[in-house]
Structures are given as C-alpha cells and as structure tokens.
Write a protein that binds this ligand. Structure first.
Ligand code: HEM
Length: 126
C-alpha cells in the first residue's frame, strides 16, 4: 500500500456529465484518466499502469463505478453508480475506497447528471 500523498492539489469542483466523463477512460492517451466514486471525480492519470486501457482496473475509469468498488467486483455489469442496494458491509468497503482515493488522487470535479440512486436495477443500467 502506498502512503497517503501530501502533495495533492486543492479539490476542484468542475462539473462533468456522464457523457463527458466517458472521454477520460484511458483510451485517448492525450487525455487524463478519471475515476468517479459517489459522484466525485478523481484524476488517476499517474497510475496509468493500473487504470490505463487494457489494464486491470480500467473498468473503473470514465464513469462512476461505485457499486463495483463496494462489492469488490471487477465485473463490467457491476461498474455502475447505483450503490443504493449494497449491504452495510459493502457500503463500508465503498466508503473505505472513497477515503483511499481522497488520500491519493486529486479531485477534479463532480458528476452532475448521475441517475438517481435506486432508479434502476444494475442489470438495466448498462
Ligand atoms: C485476485 C484478486 C486481487 C489481487 C491479487 C489484487 C491486487 C492488487 C494490488 C497488488 C494492488 C496495489 C495495492 C497498492 O497500491 O499497494 C491493488 C489495488 C487495488 N485493487 Fe486490487 N486486487 C485484487 C482484486 C481486486 C478486486 C476484486 C477489486 C474490485 C474492487 C480491486 C480493486 C482495487 C483497487 C481500486 C485498487 C487501488 C488501485 C490504486 O489506485 O492504487 N482489486 N490490487
């Protein structure tokens, strides 16, 4: 585990739509790579060995994949923003990941048009 960083920039509050966020999934090397958790967008570009195209955790990029983080799942169908049906334990896992990212990555903004929590079962939101 890497130590928490002490050189993070002040959090930014730039608005991102779900559609705009998709451009930051590592497929365009000229763009940064973003991961959103609970609507907060983190810049993970410096860990492109982990989050870049074809890498293990690329499924978390260019979107809000809170549900998969809470479930400790690497399945594409779980990589959605709706975490409303997570168990208490999975909710704690999700919040632990949020803290992990907060300590290690710069916050660049917020997703402004996520579907409301509980509005669709995960299988219907692909
Ligand atoms: C065979 C199972 C797995 C192995 C061997 C594994 C291995 C690792 C390793 C070695 C790291 C780096 C830790 C560090 O920074 O020191 C890591 C980080 C991480 N793992 Fe896994 N992992 C596994 C399963 C999963 C699953 C199921 C998830 C789904 C949520 C997951 C999500 C993550 C995330 C989000 C990070 C943080 C990466 C970062 O930003 O540094 N891992 N994993």
């Amino acid at each position: 585990m890497q130590p928490a960083r002490t050189d993070l920039a002040p959090p930014k509050d730039d608005p991102f739509t779900v559609a705009q966020l998709m451009a930051f999934d590592g497929s365009d090397l000229s763009k940064p790579i973003y991961v959103a958790i609970k609507g907060t967008v983190f810049d993970v570009t410096h860990k492109s060995d982990t989050y870049g195209k074809g890498k293990s955790y690329n499924l978390f990029t260019g979107k809000d994949a809170s549900r998969a983080l809470g479930m400790s799942s690497l399945k594409a169908e779980d990589a959605v923003s709706d975490y409303s049906t997570l168990s208490e334990g999975d909710m704690k896992t999700l919040n632990d990941w949020f803290d992990f990212f907060t300590k290690r990555y710069n916050v660049v903004g917020k997703v402004i048009d996520l579907p409301p929590q509980g509005s669709a079962p995960p299988s219907a939101s692909l």
